[in-house]
Design a protein around this ligand. Structure first.
Ligand code: NAP
Ligand code: G3H
Length: 483
């Protein structure tokens, strides 16, 4: 099915319904984080080509916006069905290209199938409203506002390496159902998986030019696309550093941003410790900690700290470390650079007196699952996002100290609180400065129709199927004035 897009290992890009190479003949080589083998090459488009591609997206969008929503929805259903047929194939590509473990790769693709179907059906239920004027002082029944939702135009979708399929689709599908065209700038490491996704939408019957994929390094082509005059909305997921930069240069273009996190799991003295430990371990070490919503610090009250630490350690010892095709839970990180950064944080914690319980073992970009106890607020690990399999445990005297340390973070994505006392759970949840608080569960984004948002340095705006459709459309009011 994908014969059109690859030529040997050189992948073309989907532009105006065709698979093309850059006229510059420049390509970027993508190597596997698993074994450093060449996965393939992707096109590196020039600024002149970007101009033409965006022009194409802009002109194609008009007809797409005029297509009845139910026809747009049919194309999304086709895409979901096609994707469902290719779960295993795409999962294997993810394993190779981003070293995602096999279970997480499969679940990413399956979840995306459901995402597309849900979006198609949600889009069909996006209705307008009629507002009378006579409830406002000085007006009578002779004035009515008819409010519908219209698309914004060309949406720029920029996705991160850790969920190339799901976090590209979480932008593409809501943008499309709302009537926008999409320029997708995929992560360079993850671009090949994303090109397969584009072919799914193409084969599903998406008209030419409604989804164009601009591959190229963000550091080289990113600013040019972001500041292009014909981009009407930027939907970005990635690091806080790049997000902040984009927010500065984007001028008045509206933006939806989901950025980094330092999610805390706060464990109170009456918590079900077995449940807490299970959630903390899967939350901290799933995809080797490379999730924005990974549990990135544990704040546990002194009374139960020893017992919780013991349970966490027991579970971490059972994690299988290795390559995705060997069924490992903890797999190599995305790059050596990423592993170097995690090592820096671990070295800092050791130098400042943290107690290493397990780990701090490394083989190139593979970091073994690591736990530090007695982490203090003077250590970088208490505040920075490692994006790797290392978990700091901070002991606290009570829930108020937990809330205080949690809120001192520059991030505000999610937090968990583990307790059997619903009053305490709500007390903590209401005081935490984050987008979402999970009671007795690990921090996580799904299900994908829930609102998902970060405050402070963790983001701007709200994702989630209906929220994303609304973010990528606007009200259009037509006022009828009767005589
Ligand atoms: P990243 O380095 O910020 O890259 C994200 C995307 O931005 C990539 O497609 C990248 O392209 C592109 N990019 C880089 N510079 C750009 C520029 N100047 N203009 C436009 N685009 C540019 O992030 P990452 O390493 O892929 O992902 C990890 C980070 O994302 C973590 O911090 C994680 O917490 C965060 N994240 C947050 C969420 C959330 O929902 N809150 C979800 C997932 C990940 P290249 O690949 O070509 O550099
Ligand atoms: O990496 C960030 C993702 O949005 C996290 O999604 O909680 O489903 O793993 P997840």
């Amino acid at each position: 099915m994908f014969e059109n897009i690859s030529e040997g290992t050189t992948y073309k890009s989907l532009i105006n319904g065709e698979w093309i190479e850059s006229t510059t003949k420049k390509t970027i080589e993508i190597y596997s984080p698993v074994d450093n083998s060449l996965v393939g090459k992707v096109q590196a488009f020039s600024k002149e080509e970007v101009d033409k591609i965006i022009e194409n997206s802009k002109s194609a969008q008009k007809a797409w916006a005029n297509k009845p929503i139910n026809e747009r929805a049919e194309i999304l259903y086709n895409a979901a069905n096609l994707l469902e047929e290719h779960v295993d194939e795409l999962s294997k590509i993810l394993q190779k290209e981003i070293a995602k473990d096999s279970a997480s790769s499969t679940s990413e693709v399956k979840r995306t199938v459901d995402f597309i179907k849900f979006t198609a059906s949600e889009g069909k239920h996006l209705e307008g409203q009629t507002i009378g004027a006579d409830n406002f002082p000085g007006f009578n029944k002779n004035k009515l506002s008819f409010v519908t939702r219209v698309p914004l135009g060309v949406v720029l979708a920029i996705s991160p390496f850790n969920y190339p399929i799901n976090l590209s689709t979480s932008k593409i599908a809501p943008a499309l159902i709302a009537g926008n065209s999409v320029i997708l700038k995929p992560p360079t490491q993850g671009a090949i998986s994303t090109l397969y996704l584009a072919e799914i939408f193409n084969k599903a019957g998406l008209p030419a030019g409604i989804l164009n994929v601009v591959t190229g390094k963000g550091s080289e082509i990113g600013d040019y696309i972001v500041t292009h005059k014909d981009i009407n909305f930027i939907n970005f997921t990635g690091s806080t550093e790049v997000g902040r930069h984009i927010a500065k240069i984007a001028d008045m273009v509206p933006i939806l941003m989901e950025l980094g996190g330092k999610d805390a799991a706060i464990v109170l003295k009456d918590a079900n410790l077995e449940l807490a430990a299970k959630n903390i371990v899967s939350g901290a070490f799933g995809y080797s900690g490379q999730r924005c919503t990974a549990v990135k610090r544990v704040l546990v009250v002194n009374e139960v700290a020893d017992e919780l630490v013991k349970l966490i350690e027991e579970k971490v010892k059972k994690l299988v470390v290795g390559n995705p095709d060997a069924g490992a839970d903890v797999t190599p990180l995305i790059s050596n650079k990423a592993a170097d950064f995690v090592q820096e944080l671990m070295d800092d914690a050791i130098a400042k007196g943290a107690k290493l319980l397990i780990g701090n073992k490394r083989d190139k970009n593979l970091i073994y699952p690591t736990i530090f106890d007695n982490v203090s607020t003077s250590m970088r690990l208490a505040w920075e996002e490692p994006f790797g399999p290392v978990l700091p445990i901070i002991r606290i005297k009570d829930m108020d100290e937990g809330i205080s340390i949690a809120n001192q973070s520059e991030y505000g994505l999610q937090s968990s609180v583990f307790t059997e006392n619903v009053n305490d759970a709500f007390y903590v949840a209401q005081k935490l400065e984050v987008g979402t608080v999970q009671i007795n569960n690990k921090t996580e984004r799904g299900p994908d129709h829930f609102p998902f948002l970060g405050v402070k340095s963790s983001g701007m705006g709200t994702q989630g199927i209906r929220y994303s459709i609304e973010a990528m459309s606007r009200p259009k009011a037509i006022v009828l004035n009767l005589k």
